[in-house]
Ligand binder design. Structure first.
Ligand SMILES: [Zn+2]
Length: 388
């Protein structure tokens, strides 16, 4: 593991000559993932001399400073968990003297996130840079709002839908729940020589999509070409079909040789644990196989989403089809929260998650035996993103 010594929280801020969106970049929320730090530093260096031509502001923060200094994913707990309101309330109520290293990091990051959102001159866009322990092309994780998806598609990098529903409280959630466009970028394997360049290309294409920089600085074709080569043969959009959660007691060991997006056939050997072999139950694609010591996700399985269905989804949302969804059997609006829909999985079993995803809802945790779904519409101030 490569340690990243002497980093400050503030990787840099560039204030543009004209007002516009604020791009907030977080790098190294996992301490063994320094490639994102290097990538955003390159982008900041290129922007500084030409700041007068930047529309809006770029703010870049380092994530887990003590873990970056040791080149470890985390010291006491995963800093990319615990961003849901309940966990944050527990953190705020706790005496700072009893903070774990990650508790203290989270307090500092929260204060900065709040400040950036409060002082932004325009809409905020959040980009969280990651790398993984397996080889494979770069990809994006995002909540399936139309703005998030437009931003993701503008990079040409494959999109994974639904990962935020399987991971409890990633930092993306803090932004998504405030109606802020938010994507996580997996740039490639931690130490692969192309990974920093993949992150850098995504950041430039995001800046271009948001109208914050133009040619010749942007070099859109160069970055598009780079990412097209890096992602050749990968479906443009996949959704998570399964998360294999693990604990230390499982003695989980991933089978050798799996890469991100590698096709999986039914019956393929995926891993071993204390109960023996784990084999695939159906054909799909491999995502984020665990080849490092720390982590609570063994692997994910994903399946391609046809563009046709994404078009249908956009059309249904335009028609505000969600207004009639409560007419379906076993489905009703939460009496305490107009933006949440409750579905009885016994009555409404065959359509539940698929239809709600199409309508732009995201699944929340089960509540009293019911499935809860929340509205994903963006706030109005972010509505103009991705339209220029
Ligand atoms: Zn990560």
């Amino acid at each position: 593991m490569t340690a990243t010594l002497g980093l400050q929280r503030e990787l840099g801020t560039v204030h543009g000559g004209a007002s516009g969106p604020t791009l907030l970049v977080l790098a190294g929320i996992h301490g063994n993932e320094p490639a994102g730090v290097a990538a955003v530093q390159r982008v900041l260096s290129a922007l500084r001399p030409v700041a007068q031509h930047l529309r809006g502001d770029v703010v870049a923060l380092a994530g887990n400073l003590p873990a970056l200094a040791e080149g470890r994913r985390f010291l006491a707990r995963d800093l990319n968990r615990g961003w849901l309101p309940q966990s944050l309330a527990t953190l705020q109520a706790q005496a700072p003297a009893t903070d774990s290293p990650e508790d203290a990091q989270q307090r500092e990051l929260l204060a900065r996130f709040d400040e950036v959102v409060r002082t932004a001159r325009g809409p905020v866009v959040f980009v969280d840079l990651h790398t993984s322990s397996a080889d494979g092309p770069p990809f994006l994780c995002l909540a399936d709002t139309i703005d998030n998806r437009d931003l993701g598609l503008a990079t040409g990098v494959p999109i994974i839908l639904g990962i935020e529903e399987t991971i409890d409280g990633a930092s993306l959630e803090w932004f998504s729940s405030r109606g802020i466009v938010a994507i996580a970028v997996e740039g490639g394997r931690h130490q692969h020589p192309d990974t920093v360049g993949n992150h850098e290309a995504v950041l430039w294409l995001v800046l271009g999509h948001l109208g914050m920089v133009g040619e010749p600085l942007l070099q859109r074709d160069l970055h598009r070409g780079h990412l097209r080569r890096a992602t050749a043969g990968v479906p443009p959009i996949v959704e998570i079909a399964h998360r294999h959660a693990i604990t230390a007691a499982d003695r989980f060991v991933m089978a050798a040789g799996w890469n991100n997006f590698q096709p999986v056939r039914k019956g393929d050997l995926l891993a071993h644990d204390k109960d023996g072999e784990i084999r695939a139950g159906y054909a799909c694609r491999m995502l984020l196989p665990l080849y490092q010591a720390l982590g609570d996700d063994g692997y994910f399985l994903a399946r391609p989403v046809a563009r046709f269905w994404l078009g249908v989804a956009r059309w249904l949302r335009r028609l505000r089809f969600d207004c009639v969804v409560t007419w379906l059997p076993g489905v009703r609006r939460d009496p305490h929260d107009a933006l949440t829909i409750l579905a009885n999985p016994i009555v409404a079993r065959w359509f539940v998650t698929e239809i709600f995803h199409l309508l732009g809802f995201r699944r929340l945790r089960q509540r009293d035996g019911k499935l809860a779904f929340s509205r994903r519409w963006s706030r109005p101030e972010n509505a103009r993103l991705g339209r220029q």
